[in-house]
Design a protein around this ligand. Structure first.
Ligand code: ADP
Length: 261
């Protein structure tokens, strides 16, 4: 618990700092990227001008992506909760992932039918799945299997001691597994720390899992990591199921459940 508290404090402090910097930085990037577009559409210009402007634009886009991550992680991003089906998030992410993983990594999705809906921010959840999946890919440089699964979970009184941040009730579980290199206990203990990375400079920011942690906390959920060196890693996320109906569902498709249970 002490460790959890320290982690929460650290996240809060770094989050505040990062959020402030990212916000100002984003405004500056808007100016840089905007004028760069102006340069690229202005004619005539030489080939080397164009190459230079394109390099600026690409770096600007990458920087914008990074500040977006920082903002999400610092919780300054607008949270737009809606009732949604986690299976749809998985399907959408899987489409994007098809282009990100190499041919030697197979992607398997196992969406559970009759999955309970969750109340969550679609973009943030998609980012969560992507961060976990990209880490999984990075852990399998020689290929392997990336699996994304969902299922309904019910936590009883007997189960909650294993999840100090949760109360008994209905949850939806998202599990992202890989058959990659796994991690040592030392690494495992630090993965959610902001800026902790074992990747080469320029390849890792150490913010991916800190962001995952932040988003899951904001949603009242839990994230756990199970890993074995040389075997692989599984990240499991539990999000509270909602009893609200999804908009667009026909009344006869709605489960007859009471609110607030
Ligand atoms: P980054 O990916 O930029 O390093 P993350 O916060 O996403 O930042 O991850 C932190 C560290 O956790 C990684 O550098 C890596 O050492 C470890 N890690 C995360 N996911 C996995 C995984 N699926 N398998 C092995 N190690 C992992």
């Amino acid at each position: 618990l002490e460790e959890q508290f320290r982690q929460a404090q650290k996240m809060e402090a770094v989050g505040r700092l990062a959020g402030g910097v990212a916000h100002d930085f984003n405004n500056l990037l808007t100016i840089i990227n905007g004028y760069c577009e102006v340069l690229l559409t202005a004619r005539p210009h030489t080939n080397s001008d164009r190459v230079a402007a394109e390099a600026i634009r690409d770096a600007g886009d990458r920087a914008a992506g990074l500040t977006r991550q920082l903002l999400t992680f610092s919780r300054k991003a607008i949270v737009e909760p809606q009732v949604l089906d986690l299976n749809e998030v998985v399907t959408r992410s899987a489409k994007l992932l098809g282009r990100l993983i190499g041919a030697d990594v197979t992607l398997a999705t196992a969406p559970s039918p009759d999955l309970a809906p969750v109340r969550a921010d679609l973009n943030q959840l998609e980012q969560v799945v992507m961060n976990l999946a990209v880490n999984a890919r990075d852990a399998m440089p020689h290929g392997g299997r990336l699996t994304i699964e969902t299922r309904n979970v019910r936590l009883g009184e007997a189960d909650v001691p294993a999840y100090p941040d949760l109360v008994p009730g209905r949850y939806v579980q998202l599990a992202v597994s890989d058959t990659g290199e796994g991690m040592t206990d030392e690494v495992k203990a630090r993965v959610f720390e902001p800026f902790f990375t074992t990747k080469a400079t320029g390849r890792g920011t150490g913010l991916g899992l800190a962001m995952v942690y932040g988003v899951v906390q904001t949603h009242g959920g839990h994230v756990g990591v199970y890993s074995e060196v040389g075997v692989g890693t599984t990240f499991k996320i539990l999000l509270p199921a909602t009893t609200e109906a999804r908009p667009g569902n026909r009344p006869d498709e709605q489960a007859p459940v009471a609110r607030g249970t």
